[in-house]
Design a protein. Structure first.
Lengths: 253, 230
């Protein structure tokens, strides 16, 4: 049996060391945006220009992170920050296991772990509006949400049964911004995941408008994502939940 | 110069030791594991665990909220008012604003005075992103800035034991008798002392309920409900 350390070295060596260039931060131009979320008395939300990583964070990138940050290794992270199944398939703190490949998106990571990863890259998790804006683009249009063919293509992923192992990132086409896998690979954590839809429709519990009706009811793919994110707790580690990081266009997170 | 350096060195070593030990003797499910930073009404920077060692009521709010947030503060005062004097003296109350830009220490201090809270046991503080978000998600409290500048947020009062574990929470501003009872028992002297002593062996590794850990699977009940309702 190979020592664990050697496996780690092998995984890093096969794929080369993870660098920032592997997953570049790409510009997403700001826009007055019609979100699927309820917006108080407003029809649109102003999303400022920001940068978003080209694809979901991979096993290789996350391995490099836990190598540098021991407090985020499997077996070390306190329960307050990640559930018992954190990095569930990993065989050891620095061993993603024999079935993991370098360019698969990392999953079974809690919101706290995703946030810590992004902070270590001098970045942050994208807000929902940012993610939604970036995900509204097809290969040729900034906002393809009114295109029935594109919508169907996105929806098809949700009806496809989950395969045994996740494909690698960047297998499909890039969208308008050069971003990969906004749909069709994994769900992704966003910064404000727990505040998209109130957990409970009781208006007494809410300070603002508390309007609960979702706009754009035809956009099922986005609605499913909102509902899924809203059902998660920050320590949850779903086997289809990954993430990517964002930065302000100015440079600081 | 050398002496100063040595002192600095010892200070850093001491700080490192105390920080490490601090995390080590916390239960693994304590929200004090967050290490989040707050700015208080006196302008001091402090940790989320400033009331470690005491049972604590914690909630989040924003100061310019017109109606519900003053009600939240009154509600917390009402819950503690039902305690006897000695129990109340053991309790601490921490209100954290997620609107750090507007809730300056001066604003927070004004609020504290407005509500006549006991400064020895009550702290008004604010947290900037990403600390505010981390605290909110740990408590299960949601907030979202609306385009108009107001916040939409849930009203949630959480009771922590002296080591930062969540004992109970309520969304009822008045008359949650179960919550009141939990508060009552958490502020009893023996409970208080018990929670301060190190946890029993094994307690720290206790696992959460195994059901429904895999929230990403399709057909999650809440996913279905929202999709249908939507």
């Amino acid at each position: 049996m190979l020592p664990r350390g050697l496996l780690l070295v092998a995984l890093l060596a096969c794929a080369g060391a993870a660098t920032a260039d592997d997953n570049p931060f790409l510009q997403v131009a700001g826009s007055e945006f019609r979100s699927a979320l309820p917006l108080d008395k407003h029809d649109t939300v102003r999303v400022r220009s920001f940068l978003l990583q080209s694809h979901p964070v991979t096993n290789r990138e996350f391995l490099a992170f836990v190598s540098m940050h021991p407090q985020w290794r499997k077996g070390t992270v306190p329960m307050a920050l990640a559930g018992a199944d954190y990095l569930g398939a990993w065989l050891g703190p620095l061993d993603p296991g024999p079935r993991a490949t370098a360019f698969q998106p990392v999953t079974r990571v809690s919101w706290f772990a995703a946030q810590a990863y992004c902070e270590a890259q001098h970045a942050r998790l994208p807000d929902w509006y940012e993610w939604e804006l970036a995900a509204a683009a097809s290969a040729s249009r900034r906002d393809a949400r009114s295109d029935p063919a594109w919508r169907q293509q996105v929806l098809d992923w949700y009806s496809r049964p989950a395969g045994k192992s996740l494909p690698a990132v960047q297998q499909g086409a890039a969208n308008f911004y050069g971003l990969y896998d906004m749909h069709g690979l994994v769900w992704e954590w966003v910064n404000d995941f727990n505040s998209l839809l109130p957990a409970d429709a009781d208006p007494e519990k809410f300070c603002g408008s508390g309007a609960l009706t979702v706009q754009q009811k035809e956009d099922y793919a986005v609605l499913m994502r909102i509902a899924m994110l809203g059902s998660l707790r920050a320590t949850d580690t779903g086997h289809l939940v990954g993430f990517r990081c964002a930065r302000d266009a100015g440079g600081a997170p | 110069m050398n002496r100063w350096r040595n002192r600095l060195g010892s200070a850093i070593a001491l700080l490192a030791t105390s920080t490490l030990c601090g995390a080590a003797d916390l239960p693994t499910d304590s929200i004090y594991q967050l290490g989040a930073q707050l700015t208080t009404q006196t302008g001091n920077t402090t940790g989320i665990d400033l009331y470690r060692g005491h049972p604590t009521l914690i909630s989040m709010f924003y100061g310019s909220c017109p109606a519900a947030c003053p009600m939240l503060i009154s509600a917390m005062q009402a819950y503690e008012s039902h305690l006897d004097k000695k129990s109340r003296a053991r309790l601490r109350v921490l209100l954290v604003s997620f609107d750090a830009a507007r809730d300056t220490p001066q604003q927070l201090d004004r609020l504290a005075r407005l509500h006549h809270t006991d400064p020895a046991r009550w702290t008004f503080a604010s947290a900037a992103e990403p600390n505010a978000r981390s605290i909110a998600v740990s408590l299960g409290l949601s907030y979202r800035r609306l385009p108009g500048g107001e916040f939409e947020h849930s009203l949630l009062i959480t009771l922590l034991d002296s080591r930062g574990r969540i004992l109970a929470s309520t969304t009822k501003l008045v008359g949650d008798t179960e919550f009141q009872a939990r508060l009552q028992s958490a502020t009893q002297p023996q409970e208080h002392a018990l929670a301060r002593s190190p946890a029993a062996p094994g307690a720290a590794t206790q696992l959460p309920p195994a059901h429904d850990r895999d929230s990403s699977r399709r057909g999650h009940p809440r996913t279905n409900r929202a999709a249908v309702d939507g």
